[in-house]
Design a protein around this ligand. Structure first.
Ligand code: DLL
Length: 432
């Protein structure tokens, strides 16, 4: 099932022609309307007429999150304030908010790419879509909402929080698709059991989970506990929100809606990498009006694959995000990605899907502790073996990370659950 077959399956040569045409218009547009880009291009002695096709994209300057923050709140907007009909923002962990804006046409594009995305996840006009992403400045709730509405599905705009009520609504309103972060999906799965429900009495068929990194192992756990097929959806506020890319049924990567968002994968020296090589994902918005961005550095790490998918879609697929340039921890000189730890923990059948990584420093040496809980149904079976469980987890982490990690098995439900983006890592070294 496609939402817009003509575009989703268009020949790559035609797609490239469309991208070229749109890039040329975009560069002229930002040069004339956004002083930030005019200054950057002038510094590079680059005129809009130097950009003749999508291959010339490599000549263009980059944009970073700090550029949006330095121009807080509306300094990079390319349209008059009266033409901005929606504003969203993301707060991040430090510093000023990143503020983004949309014209009416931008909202139409967003609904279209979200409608394509939800269709990939099996949503049809007969579906009931329960949106448990937060509604508000965060783009998750409104993004999913408008896409589902465009398809003509029934939307249940629950927003995040009040998990007991989520469970009741999911069951009673007979939701067929759940949209939320993967960590919240895992929590909802636990709550369904805790409230004594049987997942077989729910009508869920698919889940559209994203906004944070998650592993294949967590996917299996969620699919089991919610009895649905889970689809990874990716996006970021700066580019539009959710709906930049999503998996199709083939599970072979996330289709990037390339007629609107042009992806590049770059190496450490900003050199373009070939398909299959892992690097930083960079996006150019080809059609955005209010906040067009040239070569926006996401800091997210993944691969690209431009071969045609078995589903028939021709739009490039990005691999699952394996980490961010800035989420790598260096512990006693060893590079550690949180996703490596999640993979190990989720492979152990007896742990709950919630965990925390706590990094600190004692006597000038880095320390790392991993806090885990036993899964609810495991409590009585293994309680006698606590020591050997801790030992087992520690050994497995050592074999993957090459680092001795302190493992702490804590009481069930004692690690805070997430209703949005989970905070998995607490690095106390930053406060010292
Ligand atoms: O998280 C938009 C979104 C909402 C995407 C709902 C998917 C679903 P921001 O708050 O601006 O926007 O955060 C963007 O979140 O650069 C990634 O680091 C991370 N991220 C988003 N989706 C995924 C994903 C929304 N599927 C930042 N896998 C991005 C891994 C993701 N990381």
């Amino acid at each position: 099932m496609y939402f817009n077959k003509e575009i989703e399956c268009m020949k790559r040569s035609e797609l490239k022609a469309l991208q070229s045409e749109r890039l040329c218009a975009l560069v002229k547009y930002v040069y004339e309307r956004v002083p930030f880009y005019k200054n950057k291009m002038d510094a590079l002695k680059l005129k809009p007429s130097d950009i003749k096709s999508i291959d010339d994209i490599v000549k263009l300057p980059f944009t970073e999150k700090t550029d949006l923050r330095d121009n807080y709140p509306f300094g990079l907007f390319a349209v008059d304030k009266k033409d901005v009909v929606r504003v969203h923002a993301s707060s991040g962990t430090t510093g000023k908010m990143t503020v983004v804006g949309y014209t009416r046409d931008d909202l139409e594009v967003w609904a279209e790419v979200m409608a394509r995305s939800l269709t990939c996840a099996g949503v049809t006009p007969d579906s009931t879509v329960h949106v448990a992403y937060g509604y508000g400045l965060f783009t998750g709730g409104f993004g999913a909402h408008c896409g589902a509405e465009k398809i003509g599905a029934r939307v249940i705009p629950v927003s995040s929080g009040n998990t007991a009520r989520q469970v009741t609504i999911l069951k009673d309103f007979e939701a067929t698709t759940l949209c939320c972060t993967p960590s919240y999906a895992a929590y909802i799965g636990e709550s369904i059991r805790q409230h004594g429900y049987d997942i077989k009495d729910f009508k869920l068929k698919s889940g559209v989970f994203g906004a944070e990194p998650w592993t294949e192992e967590l996917r299996s756990k969620i699919e089991q506990s919610l009895n649905l097929k889970a689809f990874d959806i990716y996006g970021l506020s700066e580019i539009i929100g959710p709906g930049v890319s999503i998996e199709c049924n083939a599970n072979k990567g996330l289709h990037v809606w390339e007629d609107h968002f042009y992806p590049e994968i770059l190496g450490n020296d900003f050199e373009p990498l070939s398909d299959g090589e892992t690097g930083e994902l960079v996006f150019t918005t080809l059609t955005k009006q209010a906040l067009p961005l040239l070569r926006y550095r996401t800091k997210d790490l993944c691969t690209l694959d431009r071969s045609v998918c078995v589903c028939g879609r021709t739009h490039a697929r990005m691999g699952k995000i394996t980490g961010r340039k800035d989420d790598m921890l260096i512990v006693r000189g060893i590079n550690v990605f949180p996703s490596q730890i999640e993979t190990v923990l989720m492979q152990m059948g007896y742990l709950s899907p919630t965990y925390q990584i706590i990094v600190g420093r004692e006597n000038n040496t880095d320390t790392m502790e991993v806090k885990v809980e036993l899964a609810q149904n495991m409590l009585s079976d293994v309680v006698a073996n606590v020591e050997s469980i801790i030992d087992d987890i520690g050994k497995r982490l050592y074999s993957v990370l090459g680092l001795n990690v302190k493992v702490r098995l804590v009481e069930a439900n004692s690690i805070p659950r997430s209703e949005g983006k989970a905070v998995r890592v607490i690095d106390n070294r930053k406060n010292k």
